[in-house]
Structures are given as C-alpha cells and as structure tokens.
Write a protein of this length. Structure first.
Lengths: 688, 254
C-alpha cells in the first residue's frame, strides 16, 4: 500500500518548519473497519437484510427514545418515520422552524428508477450511473440499495401531496439531468427541494401533533453523551435563552447536512455547519473522505469583500448558453463591444465533443484556469461569460418558422427568441437580475464556480451507524453513496432514502438489544461531565475578549481553503494550507472577540462555536487531500492528470475510503476501507 | 452593472429580549456598495459594532436566496422592503439612494412575539400546520405514484399555493395581523389534490381554530398580504379557504 511517503512528508514538514508549535501528524493503516455489507448477490442484499434484521415489538418501541439532530430531508423524514413506528422521538434544529433546513434550496429534481418514460431505465442503470458518476469511490452495496428504494420515495411523496410537475394526461413528468441517458428526474418547477422538504416537514408536524415527536427548534447540539461506550444523548444550547440542556436517547441520529461552509463562501445556507458532526468525530466517529467536495460551475460570482454567500444558477443553463472569455488578457471592454473573433469559447475549443456540456468538475476547473491566466471578466475578474445571444437567435428562427413568418428581420427574430428563452429559463434570469442588477436577455451573464456539496462525511456502515455504537449519520452528513462526485438530482434521493426507507429497518437491528435499558436520568455523571465540558468551552471563548471578529476568521479560513484545497490542489499548497490553518487556529483562540453574554440570544457566540470547528475540519480536509495522491471526481490533484489535463485516478493505490480517527490536537490516524467492485468494472472518463 | 458606494442612515428597532420595551436606534452605514444585499449591509454594520465594543443587531436569516423564509425585516413600512415579490435577503442596496434614511423593524403581530431586535417567534405557524396541514399517510403504504392521475391545471394551482415559504410577511403587512393567506395556502395546496380529500373538512376547520387560538386577527379583504408576498401567493386562496370552511361547517356530520 502507499502512505509511507506521505507520512514521512508530513512529519518532515512538521520537523523542519514548525518545531515549536505543532505536534506530529500520524498516518497509519489498518483494516478494522467493518462495513457490514450483507453477503449474497448485489440485488438480494437489501431484500435479505430486511427479512433477517432484528425487530422491536410495538410495546417496546414506546419505551425507546431516539434523538434526531437536523430536520432537512434526512432528519425530517427519519423523525417522521420513526414517530410513525411508535418510537419516542426528539428532533432538534437550529433554525426557528424545521421547515427552513437547507434541503429547501435544492432546485433541480430527484432521481428515481421508475422507467415511466419507457426509455430503458432500471434499478441497475441508476445504480451504475451513480457509481460511475462517483468516479468509482462509492460502495456498491449502499448505492444499489439507494437505487432500489428510489421508486418508493416518489410514491411516498406523491401520497403526501407533494405537487410534482405533471403532463396533461395527469401523470408525473420527468426531465433529463446531469448527463444521464434516460429521463428519470422528477421535479416541481425549480423548487423540488422545497416541495419535498415541506412534505417531510408536514409528516413530521403530524407526528408532533400526535405526541410521538417533541420538536426543539432554535437548539444546537454541542456535545454527544456516551455511557459505557454507547451513545446515550446530547447536550444542546437553547439559542434563545443560552441555557444548556441535557437530552437522553437510546440512539442519536445526526442528519446535519454538509460542511461546505468551511470555504466561507458556498451555496450553503449561512447557518449550515459541521459542529454536531465534529463533536461526534471527537468522540470517536471516523470522518471519511473529507476532501471530496463538489464545486458547481454555474454560480453568480463574488461581487466584493462584503459577499456573504453564493447563489447557484441551475446547471440546465449550460444546455443553451455558450461560455466564453475575451482572447485578450485584462480586456476591459463591455461584452457586447467584443467582436466574435476576439472571443475564446474555451470549453468548445478544449472539449469539442462535449463542448459546454462537460461534467461539473471539468467545467469548473476550466473557468478557474482562464481566470487565473488573466482572462477573467467583471469587476473582480473572477468570472466568465455565459452568453444566450446565439440561443436567442436560434430559438427566434425556429419560432419564426413555426409561425410561418417569411423574410423576418433580425429584430423580430430576437424578440421571438427572447420569449422562448423566458419560458424555459425565466425564473433563473429573474433571479440573476435581482442579484446583479443586469438584464441577462441583453448582456451575457457572469458566472463562476462555487462550493456546493460535500461528498465526504461521517463514516457509516451499511446500517448507517458510525463507528460509535448507537450513533447514526444520515443524508449529506454521511459519506456513503456519492463517492468522489455526486450526480445532479441525487442528493434529495439519498436524504429521503436514508430517512424514510433505510433507518426504520436498520435502527431496529440495534435497538432490539436496547429494550432492557431504561431511560437514563440526565443527572447521570456522564451528562454532567459533557455539559461542563461545553460550559467550559463557551466560557473560554467568551473570555478571550480579543480584537478580531468571528466573521473575519471565517473569511480567512475560507480563503485558505478555496485557494489551496479548492478546485485544484497540489502537495505544496496543501502543506502550506495546513500550516496556515494551524496558525489561524492559534490566533482564533487567542484573539477572537465575541460580544454579548452567554445566557441570552447571542448569534456571534453560535457562530464562534461553529467557526472553531470549521478550522479544525479544514486542517483534516487538507491532510486528506494531501494523502490522496490521485485525482478523482471533485478532488483534483494537479500532479495527477492525464496529458490532456483530465483527472487521473490511481485505482491500484487509492481504491479505498479514507476514514480518519482523531487522536489529538492536529493528529489523526487513517483507517482504510477497501472498495471491492464485484459488479461494475471501473474505467477512466473522457470528454474530448 | 455600474455600481457606486452610498451612505445611508438606519433607524433600527433594538430590543434586548421579549420582556424589554425596546426602542429605535440610529446608525450610519457609510461606504455601502450598491452591489451589496440588504443583509450584507447589516453584516458590515455589525462588524463595525463588534469592533466598537457594541452589541450587534440580531436578525433572522439563513439561505440568503429567497427560499427558506427565515429573513423577516419590516423595511420602510413594508415587509421585505420596496421590491415586488422579493425577500429581505434578495433586496439589494441599489434600491436605495445616497443619503436615504431606512427604518427597519421586526414583524409586528401579537402572535409573533419579538425574541431579540429584529427576530420574532413564528412557531405559531408550525402549530397551525400541526392542526391539520398534512395528509395522514404513514411511510411505506403509498401506492404507485402514477396510479393517482391529477389534472395538470389542478396540480399547477396546488403547486402555486404550496410555494409559500412561511415567512410571515402576510401577517406583518395585515392591519389585523391575520394569518389567512398562510393558512389558506396550505388548505388550498391540499384541497386541490385527491390525496388531501379524505381529511378535507377536518383540516380546514382545525387549522382555522388553531389560527384563532394563536391570536391572529380576522381577514377583512384588504389584500395587503398578497401585495407583499415574496412568492406571490394569490388572495384567491383565501376565497377557497372560505369556501372550504363554509362547506365543511354546513356539511359536517359532527
């Protein structure tokens, strides 16, 4: 195996440059991870598991308490489904209502292998596309199960009253998405995530009304409570009063989403954070593939230092738009003043076969390359044009033909074309105009890649249990189904699969052995210890009374991550980033300024808790990126590319999940879970 | 887009907690780029307040792209500010001129008590949903999605109502602090679909009872709710709610 070289590299780095203030990072290998994939042929694994897993009888379910942290698609669906089964559930979210979780912002759609379009889709094809899309770094067993339950999700959502798009015959409509060859994406205009989340939220509120779920909004989990090696509860902060609360559970489900906000700027909501997961990580839950992050190519670019978040423009815009930059560096002319022959349609030039429709990772890296080389546009020069002028003319001509108009002038064609484009993309164009103040029907849009999704997360086995007994991770916060790159319209599918159709079975297999455990009173010393640990940390933060704001630290962390662990990474940059993050951590803990009091609503304190954890996660992400000396999916190491500049995997050395165990400050141990492809044969991707 | 920097004066409602009386305070926000969003202007101001050792202004926000419904500022006498069909987080500073004074308040309604500064407690909306804003279907017993054909027009109308983001602007704009637009959007969403039919009568009756219990006012058809709704939820949903309610009451077996 590998990793000796990297271990030496890191140790050398620490010895040479950071004698005083840094500890040694250790990297070791072992094969202690048991993914618990059921035996037997791929298509029977889940069926057999369901038939043989342990069950908890209804009378006992009423005595068992389950904690669910986070109320997005995974959390709300899990809390609702477990409540329906009769478990006593407590659900927590930091927002003012469970309906606001960031799943709500998903635009495009949700995949399901229904084959309603009779175009050859099947469970196997959805499984295959997901494995391949993940660049062969996901588990076959998990992904096949995901494909198997995908159809049930659509049925369940329809039954709840989710208003999916429909055809005139009254049946469900599908569209194609993200380069697959079948139409399997179900959608509700550009608000699919919202409609699915509202469905899950309503199911959750129904359980609240029935008394099966207690809902705690404006609460944030700040510690995990362990008793005799098992998860037994959480400590959380009531964000309104600042009080710390103790909650017991026979099991805890983390459904807390992704960690994209480690980059400061991302398409995530402002509150999205890694804190609950990080507490679990510190209690022994392994963190898998942290460096696998997805950068989405079509987002509205940064307009200045004040920028607080980035907004995604649906990928569908690349179907009709052409992407270009000026041929001349630092060209300050307005886009309409740059003649055709002085424009570089760089995707069409570099990838003649796929052109503007290359996959997300390729399009993102190409935009970065042009901007870094000095061809970027707009005030910041960190943007490229997405131009609809040609599409408007093309659609205008088609429309003129349809209407039987002869000898139409240019003006009429453009007018007709704009109407067609408005019908197809109107809501996106409006959104662009609100943010930028520019009319995209007249001037080309400016776009730039932005952090969007994190494939890495807490390591879980087939049952979605982390390496900590009784602690589960569902949805984006686990690592399991998307490998190194997620396909469009698959995030919603995974969140709901985990919550509605996987955890209700797998959790019983654990809880069946817990029926004799009476609820543990929260005055147990383990609860007291955990609470005092949280209290100490909050006091420590508040007593720093430094000079720099939390926000300023977060921005600096984001810049380090984006520059050195973003779209393209190299060993030199990553080593530097690790050093810079370690220094940033020291500076944070000695100079951060948090206003206000502990026992009151204090958003700056909430943020400080989150940023402190992001800083530590940032370091681990860089270590993971440094360790993975190959390029795959969203992880691109500049040293490992084909002659044409494409991602180059090293299956012989890296066909594994990198699961990291925290051993101390700046110290992690690597555990490897080898990936065995029994059904699919890995191959190299090409888009020329 | 041509952009410039402007100076504005802010009169912001400050209230330490729900027991505090609260008052307006005035702040200068200088050198504000017109490319900033309204909330980014508040970020800049808060950074200054923290550096000066003062308490930053608390406000609700999360997705900052107009879909989560968390942001909730009452700007110059209008929920979410001057732009049509817009949330506070989507409002940008080019909506204002150099030298403007901008008044910012929280949602004002008895059923939405202030938590701190510009943050209010909207859990009353969750309780209205708990009263019946769902289809009672347990996970796992659904039939095939395509076995329930739904007329496209009805599905589209249902979707248009389901687009509500639950921000509460309708309540804040209403002189009676009525939650009729919010409640009617959910009643219409489900009443227009065959899946919602079995519980149609009990849903509307129970949701209205909960709405009244929370302390929201009655509807007097002023239409302010529709005018400020960021998702352009139509007031015709209220007409549908009234129809559903009347018919439920007249035909109820209970």
């Amino acid at each position: 195996m590998f990793s000796k070289e990297v271990a030496e590299l890191l140790q050398k780095l620490n010895r040479d440059e950071n004698k005083d203030d840094l500890k040694i990072i250790s990297i070791q290998t072992n094969d202690m991870l048991n993914s618990k994939i059921p035996a037997g042929p791929l298509e029977n694994k889940w069926k057999n598991y369901k038939s043989t897993c342990k069950l908890v009888n209804p009378a006992n379910k009423r005595k068992i308490e389950v904690i669910v942290v986070g109320t997005g698609l995974a959390g709300a669906s899990a809390a609702a489904a477990l409540g329906e089964l009769g478990y006593k559930v407590k659900a927590f979210c930091f927002q003012d209502s469970p309906r606001r979780a960031h799943s709500i912002a998903a635009q495009g759609g949700i995949n399901a292998a229904k084959n309603y379009q009779n175009d050859g889709d099947s469970i196997y094809r959805l499984f295959y596309d997901t494995i391949k899309g993940g660049d062969y770094r996901a588990r076959e067993g998990n992904v096949h199960r995901l494909a198997e339950v995908s159809g049930n999700i659509i049925d369940q959502c329809v039954a709840q009253g989710v208003p999916f798009a429909r055809e005139y015959g009254g049946l469900l409509s599908n569209r194609s998405f993200g380069g697959t060859q079948v139409q399997r994406t179900f959608y509700a205009a550009g608000q699919t995530g919202q409609q699915l989340l509202i469905g899950a939220y309503q199911a959750l509120e129904r359980q609240v009304a029935l008394g099966n779920v207690d809902m705690y909004s404006r609460h944030e989990m700040l510690e995990l409570v362990m008793i005799d090696g098992k998860t037994r509860g959480i400590i959380c902060r009531n964000l309104v009063t600042g009080e710390l609360e103790r909650h017991f559970g026979h099991a805890v489900l983390l459904c807390t989403g992704g960690y994209g906000n480690v980059f400061y700027l991302s398409t995530n909501a402002m509150g999205s954070n890694v804190t609950a997961n990080w507490k679990a990580h510190k209690k022994g839950a392994l963190f898998a593939n942290p460096c696998f992050t997805q950068i989405h190519p079509t987002c509205i670019p940064v307009s200045g230092d004040h920028q607080s978040k980035l907004t995604l423009m649906s990928e569908s815009l690349r179907n009709d738009g052409r992407i270009w930059v000026p041929k001349k560096q630092g060209d300050n002319r307005k886009p309409n003043e740059i003649p055709e022959e002085e424009r570089d349609y760089y995707l069409e030039r570099r990838y003649p076969a796929f052109g503007n429709l290359v996959p997300r990772d390729v399009a993102s890296r190409a935009a970065k390359e042009r901007c870094d080389a000095g061809y970027g546009v707009g005030t910041s020069k960190q943007a490229v044009y997405l131009d609809y002028a040609d599409a408007i003319k093309r659609y205008g001509k088609i429309e003129a033909n349809k209407q039987g108009l002869a000898n139409v002038d240019e003006e009429t064609i453009i007018k007709l074309g704009k109407e067609v484009v408005k019908e197809k993309y109107g809501n996106l164009f409006d959104m662009y105009e609100k943010i930028t103040g520019e009319n995209p029907y007249e001037v080309p849009m400016r776009i730039y890649p932005a952090v969007h999704y994190t494939m890495g997360g807490l390591w879980v086995d087939y049952e979605l249990m982390t390496t900590v007994p009784g602690l589960y991770a569902l949805g984006e916060c686990n690592f399991s189904d998307h490998g190194a790159n997620r396909l469009g319209a698959s995030a919603l599918m995974q969140g709901l699969a985990d919550g509605y159709f996987v955890i209700p079975y797998t959790i019983g297999n654990y809880l069946a052995d817990e029926i004799h455990v009476k609820p543990i009173p929260t005055d147990h010393p383990a609860f007291a210890d955990a609470e005092s640990k949280v209290r100490d940390r909050i006091h420590m933060l508040m007593n720093i009374k430094g000079t720099q704001t939390v926000e300023s630290f977060h921005k600096r962390l984001g810049k380090i991550m984006w520059d050195k662990c973003g779209m393209a990474r190299n060993a030199e940059g990553l080593k530097q980033a690790i050093k810079e993050i370690q220094q940033l951590k020291q500076e944070f803990w000695s100079d951060v300024r948090i206003p206000g009091e502990i026992n009151e609503m204090n958003p700056e304190l909430d943020k400080a808790n989150r940023v402190a954890d992001f800083i530590e996660l940032g370091e681990l992400m860089c270590i993971d990126a440094l360790n993975r000396e190959e390029s795959c999916g969203g992880h691109f190491r500049e040293e490992h590319q084909t002659e044409e500049g494409e991602a180059l995997r090293h299956d012989d050395k890296f066909m594994y999940v990198a699961a990291w165990e925290m051993k101390g400050d700046h110290e992690w141990q690597l555990h490897k879970e080898d990936l065995n492809y029994e059904v699919v044969k890995p191959s190299q991707r090409s888009y020329k | 887009m041509e952009h410039k920097n402007i100076n504005v004066k802010l009169k912001v409602w400050r209230q330490r907690n729900s027991n505090d009386k609260g008052s307006f305070e005035t702040y200068d926000a200088n050198n504000i780029s017109t490319e900033m969003s309204f909330l980014e202007m508040f970020d800049v101001l808060n950074e200054e307040l923290i550096r000066d050792g003062k308490d930053p202004i608390a406000f609700d926000h999360d997705c900052r792209e107009g879909i989560c419904g968390m942001c909730s500022m009452y700007i110059n006498g209008r929920p979410h500010g001057p732009w049509h069909a817009n949330t506070t987080c989507q409002l940008h500073m080019r909506a204002f001129n150099d030298g403007d004074t901008i008044v910012v308040e929280p949602w004002r309604a008895k059923a939405f008590p202030v938590i701190k500064d510009l943050m209010v407690d909207r859990t009353a909306f969750d309780r209205i949903i708990q009263a019946g804003g769902y289809v009672s279907v347990n996970t796992g017993n659904a039939v095939d999605g395509n076995s329930i054909p739904i007329e496209k027009d009805k599905a589209d109308a249902s979707f248009a109502a389901a687009m509500c983001i639950g921000c509460g602007a309708c309540v804040a704009a209403c002189k009676n602090s009525s939650a009729m637009l919010f409640t009617s959007a959910k009643v219409a969403h489900l009443a227009l679909l065959p899946q919602g039919d079995p519980e149609r009568k009990s849903r509307v009756v129970n949701m209205i009872a909960q709405m009244d219990k929370e302390g929201f006012g009655a509807c007097t058809n002023t239409g302010a709710c529709e005018a400020v709704c960021p998702k352009e939820i139509s007031i015709s949903n209220i007409a549908r709610l009234n129809m559903e309610y009347t018919s439920a009451c007249l035909t109820s077996d209970k």
